[in-house]
Design a protein around this ligand. Structure first.
Ligand SMILES: *Cc1c(COP(=O)(O)O)cnc(C)c1O
Length: 399
């Protein structure tokens, strides 16, 4: 870019995420792992996939891991394995990545949205109880949506930004209604509650994503389902290969949801560093917390409230701020990358207009969509960069 006197180039560049540094540190190891797969010419469901499945299942405190083609496909195949389809409804959050509700609709079921909690950005247990009270009733042995008549079959909580949902009350409500629970663990690998219980181990199936921006990221798309029930795990395995067992004989209709051996090889190398990276993210979050407290910006900036206990893995560090859009402009000019996760809550997406939700239906989700901004939090950032981000934000509010 040409230098200009009126638009001085920023003193520093702090991108939202930079994976190049991580790659530089692991290049030798990763290239050796890739070469090993190339030498074997075993590309589909081989030893690298089995090793990854064992490691991730154990890490997530589950007995079984089923590697799949993406986090989205993990959710899709989980819904298929639990036989959720037309006439069924799945309770979930409208403040999440599209795939959460998108997959529910793709199997022919209906997303039944429930608002989030102000502090955690996750499904609110109180809002869930209100939803059950107001919208659901027991007909015969089935809980149904009073308005639509749809069977309420499952709950899909999302551990957003790397913070575990308040699982105990959510599971109590789910058990009372006899719901299947599919956890969206895409942003929360290794997140824990106060007792050390991990994301993915509470419900029937946990769905992880290894999209490159997640804490454990592949060199492309990849994901995994984790589960404890062996029959359910077997069903997930079959659905991953078109539901065929033996090969070419199909008790169920599945799809091609396989994870690549090459992706598994990369992930097996990276997995050994996951805890160290998560510790760096936590350290960066603690630095931001303290630096924003020192900056004393009054009500303009609210740092993410901490849970009383547990392990937050900080896939994202998300502020609530005043004047968000001008702030983002200011930060861009200062060389600081930010993002909004997510600008439009799912109940207001055009494709979900058929659900009939007006603006105002889920006030906490709508407010979060208007107020939040994610800052750079990746492990390789140094304190000079973090302080620069805080100073740039302080500059904006002090002008
Ligand atoms: C990333 C993500 C997904 C989808 O994962 P992909 O691997 O990108 O398909 C689903 N849900 C949430 C909350 C995510 O952040």
């Amino acid at each position: 870019m040409p230098l200009s006197l009126t638009q001085p180039s920023p003193a520093m560049q702090v991108p939202l995420l930079d994976l190049k540094q991580q790659y530089r540190e692991l290049k030798g190891e990763i290239q050796a792992a890739i070469e090993k797969v190339c030498a074997s010419q075993h590309f589909i469901l081989g030893p690298q996939v089995r090793e990854l499945e064992t490691k991730i299942a154990e890490y997530s405190q589950c007995r079984h891991g089923i590697g799949v083609s993406s986090g989205t496909d993990a959710l899709l195949v989980a819904l298929m394995a639990l036989e959720i389809g037309a006439g069924d409804e799945v309770i979930t959050s409208p403040y999440t990545f599209f795939a959460t509700a998108g997959t529910i609709a793709r199997v022919g079921a209906r997303p039944l949205f429930c608002d989030i909690d102000h502090d955690s950005f996750n499904l609110s247990p109180a809002a869930l109880e209100r939803l059950i009270e107001e919208r659901c009733e027991l007909r015969g042995r089935e809980w149904v949506n009073r308005r639509t008549g749809g069977r309420i079959k499952a709950l899909m909580p999302v551990h957003l930004y790397g913070r575990l949902c308040d699982m105990d009350p959510l599971m109590t409500s789910a058990r009372r209604l006899g719901l299947q629970v599919i956890e969206d663990v895409a942003q929360a690998i290794g997140a824990e509650d106060g007792a050390g219980k991990r994301a993915g181990s509470f419900g029937h199936i946990g769905c992880l994503s290894f999209f490159p921006t997640k804490n454990l990221g592949a060199f492309g798309d990849a994901g995994m389902c984790v589960a404890n029930d062996p029959a359910l795990a077997e069903r997930l395995e079959l659905l991953r290969v078109h539901g065929g067992k033996p090969k070419y004989y199909h008790p169920f209709i599945g799809g091609n949801f396989r994870i690549d051996e090459l992706q598994a090889a990369v992930l097996n190398v990276k997995f050994e560093h996951l805890d160290a990276w998560t510790a760096r993210r936590q350290k960066n979050a603690a630095f931001y917390d303290a630096a924003f407290a020192r900056a004393d910006l009054g009500g303009a900036v609210q740092t993410p409230p901490r849970a009383a206990a547990g392990r937050h893995i900080y896939n994202q560090y998300v502020l609530r701020v005043r004047d968000r859009n001008p702030l983002r402009q200011h930060l861009m000019a200062a060389g600081v990358g930010t993002e909004i996760y997510y600008p439009v809550p799912l109940h207001l997406q055009k494709c979900f207009a058929y659900l009939g939700h007006a603006s105002g239906a889920f006030p906490e989700s709508e407010r979060a969509a208007e107020e939040t901004v994610a800052l750079p939090i990746y492990p390789e950032l140094d304190e000079t960069q973090l302080q620069y981000v805080v100073d740039a934000i302080a500059d904006f509010y002090r002008r």
